[in-house]
Design a binder for this molecule. Structure first.
Ligand SMILES: O=C(O)c1ccccc1NCC(=O)[C@H](O)[C@H](O)COP(=O)(O)O
Length: 288
């Protein structure tokens, strides 16, 4: 069994536990109490340049436990202060040491949209994402057959979530488009071998039509990588290890944002970290 199949297997186990703990009916009630955010697309395709989706990542199959220098809320707030357009939170337990508890603390602390990054194989997990405050969800083409992929894209959009549909080759890009994806990620990392191919986005981007948001995922190690991906047509980049392990995550994000800025636009305004959103008054809260 390859790594991807093993990761999906462990998700089946977690899913069974979650379904036993919180029945679907209750979960849907919790999810509907959370307003869904609908204009995520414009946040990911802003005219000022390549947008940065910065990831809260505790561990990975390729690197084991990552040496984070701070707690996940401070990390996410730092990403936002550095100019991240969205925050990604890995919630898979066995291979990434993540959890829905991370979503629970990160979502109220930031104003930008939050992505639930997991191996989503069942509509239940979409409701979970919304119930725990995420507005974006990851759907990995390689982990889903075509009818399931199409159904999950349709269900995600119907419940007010935006699906980031992840691909790694030309066939998967075509499958993502057939399934109705509005946001397509090209992951430079092969989830079966863990090999990272830096040119993967440039190779596949021409296959993704103009109206679809193009996200380059994985392997970004600094501003030069963002400049190369900008030149290849990325609307956004998803960056984990580089920012999560930085001694100054806010500045690491700010440098990536600056590298992705279109010529003629002002440099990013890097501010001091605001208090987590849950600690701010109602009037100070924005409306994600
Ligand atoms: O990160 C891994 O080793 C990994 C292995 C197998 C499946 C998924 C994996 N990571 C999930 C991600 O998609 C990345 O966390 C994300 O794209 C950021 O990647 P990076 O900037 O290279 O940390």
């Amino acid at each position: 069994m390859d790594l991807l199949a093993r990761m999906v297997d462990s998700v089946h186990v977690e899913l069974r536990e979650h379904k036993q703990r919180v029945p679907m009916r209750l979960l849907v009630q919790q999810a509907l109490a959370n307003p869904a955010r609908r204009d995520v697309l414009s946040a990911l395709r802003a005219p000022d340049g390549v947008q940065v989706i910065a990831e809260v990542k505790r561990a990975s199959p390729s690197q084991g436990a990552l040496p984070l220098r701070t707690d996940v809320v401070t990390l996410a707030v730092g990403y936002q202060s550095g100019g991240a357009a969205a925050v990604s939170v890995l919630t898979q337990r066995q291979h990434f040491c993540g959890s829905l508890a991370d979503l629970d603390v990160v979502c109220p602390a930031v104003d930008v949209p939050v992505l639930r990054k997991d191996f989503i194989i069942d509509e239940y997990q979409l409701w979970e994402a919304r119930a725990h405050g995420a507005v974006l969800v990851l759907l990995i083409v390689a982990a889903l057959d075509q009818p399931t992929l199409s159904t999950l894209v349709e269900r995600a959009h119907a419940m007010g979530l935006t699906a980031l549909v992840e691909t790694h080759d030309a066939d998967e890009v075509d499958r993502a488009l057939d399934a109705g994806a509005q946001v397509i990620g090209v992951n430079a990392r092969d989830l079966r071998t863990l090999r990272v191919s830096p040119d993967r986005f440039a190779d596949l981007a021409p296959r993704i039509p103009e109206g679809v948001v193009r996200v380059a995922e994985s392997g970004v190690r600094g501003p030069d990588d963002v400049r190369a991906l900008a030149a290849a047509g990325a609307d956004a980049v998803l960056v984990g290890t580089h920012v999560a392990t930085s001694s100054d995550p806010r500045n690491a994000v700010a440098q990536l944002v600056a590298a992705g800025r279109r010529k003629g636009d002002a440099p990013p305004d890097v501010q001091a970290d605001p208090p987590p959103r849950s600690h701010r008054s109602g009037a100070e809260r924005l409306s994600w």
